[in-house]
Ligand binder design. Structure first.
Ligand code: ISE
Length: 338
């Protein structure tokens, strides 16, 4: 029996996930696409078996929809997630879980009260082959105890309406999750500094920025976030341990030598760079949902909350210029070891 998936959000990411669910993930059928812009929902559903609707709540709890993918903007996630939890529907929710800590905590509490894990958060780097290998190296201790991560996160350009705050909760949210996951430690404080903005950045956008993350176990992570770098999409992470270093996301082949020069290609955007990771993430999610389970390799709601709390501190740090400590609620036993 196929897992009938309802997709909420038919924007850039939603359209990409629709294609993925329709063509690349086995054992699933795209059953519905919801977007307040009904024309956009129809365009994405077109050519698939899915029906298009404007109201996402119409497909939450619908007997023809077994599981949900939420790819709408973070600001509208909370009521959708609460409704899905209420209806016992498994969800793959794109990051961020929600844009602020309080609303994310309400989702944690709702899932805990339900007593069943239903929601996973789309931090796809956890499914990237290179990142997974880096995680393995850190877990086995092959690099020695970790001291630092040096991260670079560059986008070619920002869509209209992208704000300095979003650079934290939409972009650096990935590094918050990556740092917690790789270093197996909560984030304790965040500081943000910025050089003068690039002349390529839209007016009012503080771009680039340097975010410094401190973890509870004493590691420090620096992140360059530069979302109008112009040349393509680049995400790198170099881990520095007491006995060695490892870099992921470095330039890789094919390297072309021609006319006295060498060159290579930079990926255009995150759909291309992390396409295989998204596929892997979705297949594992669908397989688990089929069994009535969640994927243990994925980020759970607590991870989504912890990243949101770090984002909130990050936005405060950005605006105030001050090192800002992260305030975290007590981790419920329900999520311990998750
Ligand atoms: C976007 O929403 C993503 O999730 C991408 O991975 C990130 O690179 C980009 O900056 C975000 O806007």
């Amino acid at each position: 029996k196929e897992l009938r998936v309802g997709l909420i959000g038919a924007g850039r990411m939603g359209a990409d996930h629709a294609l993925r669910l329709d063509q690349r993930i086995s054992g699933v059928r795209l059953a519905a696409v919801a977007d307040p812009d009904l024309d956009r929902a129809k365009q994405v559903a077109d050519g698939t078996a899915a029906r298009a609707v404007a109201d996402p709540f119409e497909i939450i709890g619908d007997s023809g929809v077994d599981a949900l993918v939420i790819a709408s903007p973070g600001e509208v996630h909370e009521p959708l997630l609460l409704a899905a939890i209420d209806n016992d529907v498994p969800v793959l929710c794109e990051k961020p879980l929600t844009p602020d800590a309080k609303s994310s905590l309400r989702v944690v509490e709702a899932e805990e009260a339900r007593g069943k894990r239903l929601v996973q958060v789309g931090f796809m780097r956890r499914f990237d082959v290179e990142y997974a290998e880096l995680k393995r190296l850190l877990d086995t201790g092959d690099l020695g105890a970790p001291l630092m991560l040096h991260c670079v996160h560059r986008n070619a350009a920002t869509p209209p309406g992208f704000t300095s705050e979003m650079m934290i909760y939409d972009s650096v949210v990935h590094e918050f999750d990556t740092a917690r996951w790789l270093l197996d430690s909560e984030i304790s404080a965040v500081t943000v500094r910025a050089p003068r903005s690039s002349s390529a950045a839209p007016a009012g956008l503080l771009d680039p920025q340097i975010v410094t993350i401190e973890t509870a176990r004493g590691a420090v992570v620096d992140v360059e976030i530069f979302v109008n770098c112009g040349f393509g999409y680049q995400v790198r992470c170099e881990a520095v341990g007491e006995q060695g270093t490892a870099l992921v996301g470095g330039d890789s082949g094919p390297v072309i030598h021609r006319s006295g020069q060498w060159s290579g290609v930079v990926t255009a955007d995150f759909r291309e760079r992390f396409g295989a990771a998204f596929d892997h993430e979705f297949q594992r999610w669908a397989d688990a949902a089929h069994q009535g389970e969640v994927d243990s390799a994925a980020a759970d709601v607590w991870d989504g909350y912890a990243a949101a709390a770090a984002c909130e501190a990050g936005v405060h740090a950005q605006v105030s210029g001050e090192r800002t400590e992260v305030e975290l609620a007590e981790r419920p036993d329900f999520y311990a070891g998750g």
